[in-house]
Design a protein around this ligand. Structure first.
Ligand code: BGC
Length: 450
């Protein structure tokens, strides 16, 4: 008998994007600049001098993009709101036109039978707040709750799934420790403070939601499982540190109200004694957790490996993506099983999963042939089905990404889309992975058996 890959009834089949990566027109209709607007226009920060001025022009083409979602058969779409479109200075004055854009987008989705999953923060902090200290200021929890409340009041009821912060680890590691992402700081002293404040802000937004909102709210973590390169004690210890740094540093304060002890070991005198009361704020009951999964890492001890004295061992004879990430679907299973054991059987969504691969030039009238992305999707969705069978409380899956977009400081060259975007004409063309995903959705998973 062939295996059945049928997913649970009401499973959310979605795709994900984020504001700065797709919208373009970042300063239109009264929006204020974000830190990404600033960063992308700072010479030397972006590959190929790319920026989000036009991106996919989704701000003006959102109706067409909703039709692309419909062609896939999606019943869910995860997007983020640009904070500085809604509050140009980050707090205070509301820019109604900015809010109206998201209101129109949500209406368009609902009219097409697609449930919105709105992320409040996907990295593009208002520049005006960065000038006031950004995530290093303890005030950011109030700022974020204020912004969140404005958005909840405008959209809750129509939006039934909310996420507070997307990938706090990337925000702090890229933005405050190694400087590759906005706001481009490099400080071992700042990183833990920004990380802690992000989790306080997430908690404050969840708290605000409980007085205004009537539906579900959660937070999104990128989890990358770590495996020791050998059983030597120093490799095992390095693996433990890397895992605490990347995965537990964020999920623990949110879900357990504490930090793992390895963080003190990693940061030494840069690790602050956080006020105990803060953990009441970070640990708010969530309705679900979003997990973004892309790859794993095999870890060895390395005295120069910053900041965990650990480094990644590149695996041979396996597929790597264009971002040099190992394709490893077993890691998705290990991640969800670990999560269930450590934090309980919470409702989970895979809020991002996908891969950048080289896509051949587009032939007129044809789909873009992307066999590696098809295989990536198929193998990760099969792995997810295994998790469902093992009792993981999985509610939905959002492929990253609906369409090729600005891969942050790596620019437009890294393509993750189900739809190809020609950046000269902005024409969208389906890839074979879009056709494949549509079949999976239509059969509620059964097509994974083929
Ligand atoms: C982010 C996305 C990004 C994707 C691929 C995630 O870290 O949430 O914005 O494009 O991974 O790198």
């Amino acid at each position: 008998m062939t295996r059945s890959y049928r997913f649970p009834a009401n499973f959310v089949w979605g795709a994900a994007t984020s504001a700065y990566q797709i919208e373009g027109s970042p300063l239109a209709d009264g929006a204020g600049p974000s830190i990404w607007q600033r960063f992308a226009h700072t010479p030397g920060m972006m590959a190929n001098d790319d920026n989000g001025d036009i991106a996919c022009d989704h701000y003006r083409r959102y109706k067409d993009d909703v039709q692309l979602m419909r062609a896939l058969g999606l019943n869910g779409y995860r997007f983020s709101l640009s904070w500085s479109r809604v509050l140009p200075e980050g707090t205070g004055r509301i820019n109604q036109k900015g809010l109206d854009f998201y209101s129109r987008l949500v209406d368009e989705l609902l009219e097409n039978g697609i449930e919105p999953n709105a992320t409040l923060f996907h990295w593009d902090m208002p520049a005006a707040l960065d000038d006031r200290g950004g995530w290093l200021s303890r005030d950011c929890a109030h700022w974020f709750a204020e912004y969140a409340s404005v958005v909840f009041k405008a959209l809750d009821g129509r939006v039934k799934l909310w996420s507070t912060i997307n990938e706090p680890w990337v925000v702090t590691d890229g933005g405050y420790l190694n400087g590759a992402l906005a706001p481009g700081h490099r400080s071992k002293y700042e990183a833990p403070i920004a990380a802690h404040n992000l989790m306080r802000a997430s908690g404050a937004a969840i708290q605000a939601y409980r007085s205004v909102g009537r539906h579900e709210i959660g937070v999104v973590f990128n989890i990358e499982p770590k495996y020791p390169a050998s059983q030597r004690p120093e490799d095992v210890a390095a693996t433990r540190r890397a895992h605490a740094y990347m995965n537990e540093q964020f999920a623990d304060p949110a879900l357990l109200g504490s930090y793992p002890p390895e963080l003190k070991e990693i940061f030494g005198d840069a690790w602050p004694d956080f006020p105990v009361d803060d953990f009441q704020l970070t640990k708010q009951p969530v309705d679900f957790v979003g997990i973004n999964y892309y790859t794993r890492s095999v870890v060895k001890h390395d005295d120069n490996g910053y900041p965990c004295k650990a480094s990644r061992v590149h695996q041979k004879h396996v597929t790597h993506t264009e971002t040099d990430w190992e394709v490893y679907e077993q890691g998705l299973i290990d991640t969800l099983m670990w999560f269930k054991t450590r934090y309980g059987n919470l409702p989970l969504y895979i809020t991002e999963n996908g891969a950048a691969f080289y896509d051949p030039p587009v032939a007129e009238g044809d789909v873009v042939k992307d066999p590696k992305r098809v295989a990536y999707l198929r193998d990760h969705l099969r792995a997810l089905h295994q998790c469902v069978e093992a009792g993981v409380n999985l509610k939905g899956y959002y492929a990253w990404s609906l369409l090729d977009n600005l891969e942050w400081s790596l620019g437009f060259a890294k393509r993750f889309g189900l739809y190809h975007v020609d950046y000269a004409t902005l024409k969208r063309t389906p890839k074979a992975s879009a056709k494949f995903y549509a079949k999976v959705i239509e059969s509620n998973g059964e097509a994974l058996a083929e």
